[in-house]
Design a protein around this ligand. Sequence first.
Ligand SMILES: NC(=O)c1ccc[n+]([C@@H]2O[C@H](COP(=O)([O-])OP(=O)(O)OC[C@H]3O[C@@H](n4cnc5c(N)ncnc54)[C@H](O)[C@@H]3O)[C@@H](O)[C@H]2O)c1
Length: 332
Amino acid sequence: MRLLVCGGAGFIGSTFIKNHLQTKPNDIVTNLDNLTIGSNINNLKEIIKNKNYHFIKDDIKNLETISILAKESDIIINFAAETHVDRSISNPKPFIETNVFGTYSILEATRKHDKLFIHVSTDEIYGDAENKKSFDESDILKPSNPYSATKASADLLVESYHRTYGIKCITTRCTNNFGPYQFPEKLIPKTIIRASRNLKIPLYDGGYQIRSWIYVLDHVQAIESLIEKGKSGEVYNITSWNEITNKVIVEKILKIMGKPLDIIEKVGDRPGHDKRYSIDCSKIQKATGWKPRYEFEQALQETVSWYQNNPQWWEPLANEKTLHPQPWTVNW
Ligand SMILES: NC(=O)c1ccc[n+]([C@@H]2O[C@H](COP(=O)([O-])OP(=O)(O)OC[C@H]3O[C@@H](n4cnc5c(N)ncnc54)[C@H](O)[C@@H]3O)[C@@H](O)[C@H]2O)c1
């Protein structure tokens, strides 16, 4: 099988590619990434010489390139996106450009060459689940910030291309990921890095927001299960049913690191901040038999150890801006 993976130099995309080539060594993977925020070509160091792996530096908005590559592929999987909510509040434009126009160009290439498109989306498109039941795939989209609004727009475009043009597509909506190689500005790496530098740990409004955390390998294995058994035109939620507050997760990290809890500092809240994300993933479990395999506490400990043992990976990326206590106030 030949896969075109877009955004494969980022956190989840690079994990997907490495896992895929390990489990399906005869497949051919082309990774297209424009190496912007979130990317790190070092994520792929171990496979750079693999003869079945190819890298192309380009933008998903470049329809001409995407179309040529789509023609030579069986499946297109898109991880490429502007992904940091806080940045989208400060400057929404690149989010609209990549997440909406980029998805449009992949859809056009998919339509032209009749390939399967796996659209990687997020649980954030359902909006706030505070005092509500967990959302399932039939619930309405009610995004609260520019990032989630652009992801929801992309989801709707995918649905419309399926209904109007009959393209083959699968949409996945996953909860918060964690694991090695995640960019320093996201909550878990930022906490580990700031704590290792003995800096205060900022918690927006005290950190009472609830998120469900999934280990990144569980997410990529869920996508693999859908490549094999997913049904075209369908949407699948992915979660590990593991809801905790940001405050609790930060405390767990500090305990693992042997740091005092009084370095936690309450800061003002992010505008439009959703209190809780919660989704139901019975559908994928029924359709493919997938279920999360990694135990949260163990995976968190291993993630902390990975950052502690690999400062050469994050040091060049961890600066005043990426570790800022309130990134939406920064000019990105
Ligand atoms: N991280 C999470 O917790 C999470 C949860 C659910 C869904 N998702 C979705 O998964 C996908 C991957 O997320 P991630 O955390 O790995 O993100 P990331 O920021 O680590 O990586 C994104 C990658 O996309 C590339 N990219 C961005 N704009 C591009 C463009 N215009 N053309 C080509 N490449 C471009 C970047 O260079 C980077 O390598 C995103 O679509 C995100 O919305 C992420």
